[in-house]
Write a protein that binds this ligand. Structure first.
Ligand SMILES: *[C@@H]1O[C@H](CO)[C@@H](O)[C@H](O)[C@H]1NC(C)=O
Ligand SMILES: *[C@@H]1O[C@H](CO)[C@@H](O)[C@H](O)[C@H]1NC(C)=O
Ligand SMILES: *[C@@H]1O[C@H](CO)[C@@H](O)[C@H](O)[C@H]1NC(C)=O
Ligand SMILES: *[C@@H]1O[C@H](CO)[C@@H](O)[C@H](O)[C@H]1NC(C)=O
Length: 358
């Protein structure tokens, strides 16, 4: 005999049963997707594998396998850590700043990947810190430069040699590529590698000891949104008198992948030298002459100085200086704020000539 209550209870059981089936269906479907597409990556053996698609062997990043599995169109903020990290000063100025930069990048450049180029093998005990950060910050990728090698040289292919010649090219290539990028570029220049990375769309090269200020982010946004320039650079302190400051520039591979790639390769042809501003010397020799027509410079002190002119006038920073902070400033260089002075009137926004510090 079926009462109303009985029928209602029956319906309830049926819907529970259906719900359970649906739940099981969803579960198995998800785990199928996971096992089919996602593979674990833990090359540096930090013990916190990240999951991503398995690699297509033909397109690899200039960072790591994990970073290759992120796929194309990556926006990257690149840093180098180099030198003897067991030394106190190196540790204080750079090593201990990595986590601060990871937080900066996460909060100011949402959706961007932070790459840390380094040569610290996993057996070195300083690698533990790198792993702690790698496991804590999913947007931080570690790039071990001892494992990164240049691709086959382009020139032999481009010049249309016959097969015989290109074979010869390939043989000499093997001799040329014995050295990894660790040895081909000085440590400060490892962070330039995104220039030639096929999976990168835009990159910013920065210093570990410099905080990311909203002022910089506004300048970068203006470059990306309101210019077509291949390269972006900033000068924001009376001491910033270099053509391209090595930790305050960036480039867009969307606007010239081949140009940036060949500039990086040109730089690797210069023998690495132990000169403190060697990275800046090569930017001046190799990159500057190539980008005179396609550079956006935000410059608060040298905007009208004839020695720093590209074919376009440098522009003022879009936001007003916050106190005496400047792009490039950081915890360990707090004193440099003292030398911030009034900026030339020409370097102020035309509608804000009253911004004395611009
Ligand atoms: C890393 O490279 C620097 C040179 O930039 C060198 O002094 C240092 O010994 C290297 N460190 C390791 C762990 O190989
Ligand atoms: C690094 O390892 C060496 C030997 O393996 C050890 O003597 C040293 O104390 C370690 N340093 C740190 C900071 O753990
Ligand atoms: C780009 O230019 C337009 C028009 O001048 C302006 O409204 C906008 O704020 C600018 N965007 C950025 C990111 O600078
Ligand atoms: C990139 O290189 C091509 C070929 O050399 C050149 O025509 C073009 O102007 C360059 N673009 C930029 C933005 O420098």
């Amino acid at each position: 005999m079926f009462t109303t209550t009985g029928r209602r209870r029956g319906a309830l059981y049926v819907s529970w049963f259906l719900f359970l089936l649906y739940f099981i269906f969803l579960k198995t479907r998800n785990s199928d997707i996971r096992s089919a597409d996602a593979v674990p990556y833990d090359e540096y053996e930090c013990g916190c594998p990240r999951f991503g698609p398995s690699l297509r062997s033909d397109v690899l990043s200039l960072c790591s396998e994990w970073s290759s599995s992120r796929g194309g169109g990556q926006k990257v903020v690149a840093y180098s850590v180099y030198g003897d990290v067991t030394k106190k000063e190196v540790n204080r100025q750079y090593y201990s700043e990595i986590e601060e930069r990871a937080k900066d990048v996460a909060s100011h450049y949402e959706g961007w990947v932070m790459r840390l180029y380094h040569n610290i093998s996993r057996s070195h005990n300083n690698s533990d810190l790198l792993c702690v950060l790698y496991c804590r910050y999913p947007h931080l990728d570690l790039c071990l430069v001892t494992h990164l090698y240049p691709p086959p040289p382009q020139d032999t292919r481009k010049e249309g040699h016959n097969e015989h010649d290109s074979m010869r090219g390939r043989i000499s290539l093997h001799q040329n590529t014995k050295a990894s990028y660790e040895k081909r570029l000085v440590g400060k220049m490892w962070r330039f590698l995104p220039m030639a990375d096929p999976l990168v769309s835009e990159f910013l090269v920065r210093d570990l000891d410099s905080s990311i200020l909203p002022r910089e982010v506004a300048a970068v946004e203006q470059w990306r949104a309101n210019s077509t320039a291949l390269v972006h650079l900033m000068r924001d302190h009376p001491s910033h008198n270099g053509l391209i400051l090595a930790g305050m520039w960036g480039g867009s591979r969307e606007r010239g992948a081949a140009n940036l790639t060949s500039m990086l390769h040109a730089m690797t042809r210069w023998p690495p030298r132990d000169i403190w501003d060697y990275d800046q010397m090569l930017l001046k020799r190799v990159v500057w002459p190539e980008v005179l027509d396609s550079v956006l410079a935000h410059d608060s002190y040298f905007c009208a100085n004839p020695h720093f002119q590209s074919r376009h006038r440098a522009v003022p920073f879009p936001t007003r200086r916050d106190g005496r902070l400047f792009v490039g400033w950081g915890r360990t260089r707090a004193d440099e704020r003292k030398t911030i002075i009034d900026c030339p009137v020409q370097c102020r926004p035309r509608n804000h000539l009253d911004w004395r510090l611009c």
